[in-house]
Design a protein around this ligand. Structure first.
Ligand code: B12
Length: 208
């Protein structure tokens, strides 16, 4: 199976084809990471370019998202945690932003790395991060944002965690295409991830 076909199925928003091709990929599980990177991620980059150029509209993007999710659903069981949890990570897309595909990939990789992950979903207000940190006492918090306008939400979330007196209780990692290493530094995050594969690496580094 060529990953170009999976990429094409996602670009075309063909969920049935994406699912069928993903099933072929999992016959050789070592190919899954590559399929996510070259199939799903690359396809969504193309979709993003077409959207920016006005060639794709929201319904087209949604069909591609459905196809990407259909493939990812087939891959997800292969990321299940084996053995005891090495730590807890609280993840969410910050307030004002509903993009979650990258966050979900980061979560799958954290789980594969042995972490218990609590997913707060999308459009998560700072107060919800704060109350969940109090309740669940995670070692790590992961914040995701794809919209430039959501950067202020990341900043506010970090500030509210600080104001709640919880900043020294958790390590904060940030990611998503809107985030830069400079921004991460500026707001005092403990780590920045350019890619989902950075999420387990950062989390492991924090809990050493
Ligand atoms: C799919 C998509 C949508 C879908 C989202 C569906 C969903 N369930 O996620 C829908 C159609 C709903 C959507 C809506 C909108 N979108 Co949109 N969307 C995209 C698109 C095409 C793909 C995003 C994606 O999934 N990429 C693939 C994933 C795998 O990449 P990723 O999220 O960056 O994640 C990777 C890393 O960043 C990292 N990562 C992510 N999070 C984290 C967290 C941590 C802790 C770590 C370590 C790593 C990490 O790991 C991932 C894998 O490596 C992008 C274009 C693009 N090229 O990105 C536009 C894009 C993000 N959208 C955009 C816009 C403007 C919008 C809308 C405002 C459009 C509108 N006019 O309504 C709305 C916003 C709604 C809202 N309030 O959030 C702009 C954002 C511009 C900007 N910089 O602000 C983009 C860039 C398109 C463009 N070129 O203009 N969108």
């Amino acid at each position: 199976m060529s990953l170009i076909e999976l990429k094409q199925a996602v670009i075309e928003g063909n969920s049935k084809m994406a699912r069928a091709l993903a099933k072929q990929v999992v016959e050789n599980p070592s190919e899954i990471d590559h399929a996510i990177d070259q199939g799903i991620k690359k396809a969504l980059e193309t979709v993003g370019v077409r959207f920016a150029k006005g060639e794709y509209f929201i319904p087209d993007v949604m069909l591609s998202v459905l196809a990407a999710n259909a493939a990812f659903k087939i891959f997800k069981p292969f990321f299940k945690r084996q053995g005891a949890s090495v730590g807890t990570v609280l993840m969410g897309t910050v307030e004002g932003d509903i993009h979650d595909i990258g966050k979900n990939i980061a979560i799958a990789l954290l789980q594969a790395g042995g972490f218990e992950v609590v997913d707060l979903g999308v459009d998560v207000p700072p107060s919800q991060f704060v109350s969940k940190i109090r309740k669940l006492k995670p070692q790590v918090v992961g914040l995701s944002a794809l919209l430039s306008t959501a950067l202020t939400s990341i900043e506010r979330t970090v500030v509210e965690i600080k104001e709640a007196g919880l900043r020294d209780k958790v390590k904060i990692m940030v990611g998503g295409s809107a985030v830069t290493p400079e921004f991460a530094k500026e707001i005092g995050a403990d780590g920045y991830g350019a890619d989902a594969t950075d999420a387990p690496k950062l989390a492991q580094g924090f809990i050493k």
